[in-house]
Design a protein around this ligand. Sequence first.
Ligand code: IDP
Ligand code: MG
Length: 137
Amino acid sequence: MERTLVIIKPDAVLKGLVLDVKTRYILQEMKLQRSVTRVLDLHTASLLYAEHRGQFFFEGLVLAMVSGPCHVMVLSGRNVICRVREMNGPTRDAPSGTIRGDFPSAGGPFNIVHGSDSPEAVLREIGILFPKLCTDE
Ligand code: IDP
Ligand code: MG
């Protein structure tokens, strides 16, 4: 069974969208392995998005991610990495029917959700946010 890491970003958490977004994944036969609401610190947010360091939006992205609580989840299921990213929708101009398309956001870094984009990213991101899960299993 594949795993992925999903983050409901602070703007969505503050708007009270956690349950609605989470339910969408669960209805697609994805299993919730771990979930926690926590405020990321600057170091953790920078590590998570390290691949974007140097891009014009990096500082704004990191500040957005520490601007309030995130809801961080590990989901498992068949082909879950790809299916979550399809459900989330593209980074910009996401169509309706996708999570990013259906829930309003302020745009820029505030696009409701993050989903890991590869098996390597899953391991790296779970290692940052749920280190115990990595050593246990
Ligand atoms: P993804 O979240 O769809 O995988 P990435 O290209 O990996 O998209 O970018 C990571 C995050 O960085 C995006 O979800 C978004 O929050 C932010 N981001 C990406 N491009 C821009 C931009 O042009 N302006 C502001 N923020 C951006
Ligand atoms: Mg990405």
